[in-house]
Design a protein around this ligand. Sequence first.
Ligand code: SF4
Ligand code: SF4
Ligand code: SF4
Length: 300
Amino acid sequence: MGLDRRSFLKSCAVVTATAITPATTARAADDKRVLPPEAIGLLYDSTLCIGCKACVVACKKANDLAPDTHYVGDGLYDAPDGLNEHTKTVIQLHKTDDEMSFVKKQCMHCVDPACVNACMIGALKKEADTGLVWWRSDRCVGCRYCQVACPFQVPKFEWTKRVPKIVKCELCRHRLAKGGQPACSEVCPRQAVIFGKTKELLATARARVESDPARYNPEIYGDTELGATQCLYLAGKDVSFAELGFHHSQEEAVPLTQRTVQHGVYQGFVAPAALYVALAFVMFRNRQPATGPEQNEKGE
Ligand code: SF4
Ligand code: SF4
Ligand code: SF4
């Protein structure tokens, strides 16, 4: 009994799916990344922030970044409204008729960073011990895959420079190397942003929520979202993290999904082999001389 093209392709799809599914499940468990042993980060508490932007100014100064000027009245004012190639951290305002809340944005130092996963030549590096994510100028080829991959839109490219850099918060690693702390946490007059070991920051965040449930949203953003992040966030009771611009709530890290699919597809090379066989079959079919109803009236 012959096998027609549709049946054959269907069989290939079944073989591929059968090969991928168990491998996918196994890999998902194997590949989940965990918090590095000495993981460090920031805890930002939006209920304490007064929007003074001292952190933004200190960040620029500590990282030698140019002002991001807007024309205000008679003069220019350094007032970034988002992360850009001159701005590694920014304070934004969420406001409705009933409530108002500031939010600080910078790199989240993800436990499983999409930027690192996307960079094919290792120009973005996650430190094995502290987990901070930084950019290596000696390796970067300027492809900007990291910029596209980051679910928080953090890395920025210096479009106007002849030798452009990728600009993102690196947790002030140059200051940490000298025994200091990040500039933003050092200057904050309200301790709305504090620096420390991520495990301790998480314990602090949990203690604040438990001790004052009427003040806080019970969620701690970064505890589980997108595979967890080393920078954590607290929000006010009536403020959702989506309102503060954090739109991802799923627990699986973006790179985990990508690795799972890639590893599943190439596991044992069954799926590519099935695809090649299917393509060969289609080519073979298309090369058969036309017969029967496909002949014209003259029999040509
Ligand atoms: S927030 Fe973006 S740039 Fe920062 S570590 Fe995560 S993926 Fe990378
Ligand atoms: S850790 Fe340093 S680079 Fe990152 S936001 Fe704070 S001051 Fe800026
Ligand atoms: S310095 Fe502190 S209080 Fe001022 S805007 Fe930054 S995080 Fe908020």
